[in-house]
Design a binder for this molecule. Sequence first.
Ligand code: HEM
Length: 397
Amino acid sequence: MLNLLSDAVRRNPYPLYDQLRSASPVLHDPQSDLWLIFDYLDVKQALTDHAAFSSCYGPAEWMIFLDPPRHAKLRALIAQAFTPRSVANLEPRIRELSRQLLNQTIERGEMDLAGDFAVPLPMLVIADMLGIPDTDRSQLKHWNDAILIMSYTLGRQDEAAAQIANEFNATTVETNEYLTGLLAERRASPRDDLLTRLLAAEVEGEHLTQAEILGFFQLLLLAGSETTTNLINNAILCFIENPHQLAQLYTTPDLLPGAIEEVLRYRSPLQWMPRATRCPVTVQGQLIPPGKMVLLMMGAANHDPRQFSNAGCFDIRRDPNPHLAFGHGIHFCLGAALARLESRIALTDLLERVKGFELMSDEPWEPREGLHVHGPNHLPLRFAPGPQRSPMVARAV
Ligand code: HEM
């Protein structure tokens, strides 16, 4: 797909986005037969226009791959179990997990921010929300990886793509068996966790089916962990690249929520979301035929100079900041509040405890596996060693 997928471009896709956007805001790649949209307003419009741009392109029956009216029904059911209050209630536990993870490396004076902190934290939070026993948690990473590499099959029909699809199907069977056991336990003895709430959720007398709960379980593993991992890693990358703004964050911690929004815009964890055209649709005078795969390039839209002044500058005081990093419209990220909460807790902890952090290597970082995801696979940091902290001491963030 053009040269958007080379490691160098995936580390910094923005110059190429700018070039492609000014050459043609809608682009057709003949090799993959993919269409790409780069402009902010066009991406936003396509995210809203589900009559023309369908979400039914995915390999599974997940809410994210459904159109109305089925999407609305499923989202209403799931939203019941995913209320703002249940997210806010997670705060003390997230703080404890963040503190425990930092305790494991803080005395060493070095860590791989990704492997030691930004990958495990969101996964542990999801495991907690779902009520997955500690002993089963290593499975989650394995399932997450198998789901993540599905992005490699996009626009491809070859043998490698078929093999990835087979692995995904095998993972689905495995996850389903595992989930069947967990759901039986919850039916027998309900708990205060998301699985129990999913079983209880009801709209007009209808409950979620096992297949729907399985779909949500898989979607959560992926949507809830990989993205937040990248938000945390990308924030630290942005702060290292902009030491003056990092200094402002130390003196004025209230700037952190705005800084997180700017990381979401400047280094969007998800660079694009696909859609499939349902009918012929004209964008910027270009006709996209029906049945075509279109990539809505949110990462490019978030750098569109017609929407954002000094779009290429990272600015923690940017206001307003109407980025599209969480999508827009009916599929707007269900976990946005959780991602914001988690990253605020994690970054507060990192800024407070990991003093004087810097990159351990000048080598360019290796991008993560998922092709639509933006962020480093590893981020080795060196810092001044600090003391462990008791996980029991609660602290206001
Ligand atoms: C920085 C972190 C995150 C980013 C950048 C992000 C981004 C997105 C985007 C762009 C969409 C829309 C997809 C589309 O329009 O096709 C989406 C949907 C979704 N996200 Fe997130 N997400 C993040 C974190 C989370 C978390 C923590 C969770 C849950 C624990 C979550 C759960 C979901 C779900 C369930 C959907 C599907 C909503 C629907 O189809 O109605 N996300 N996310």
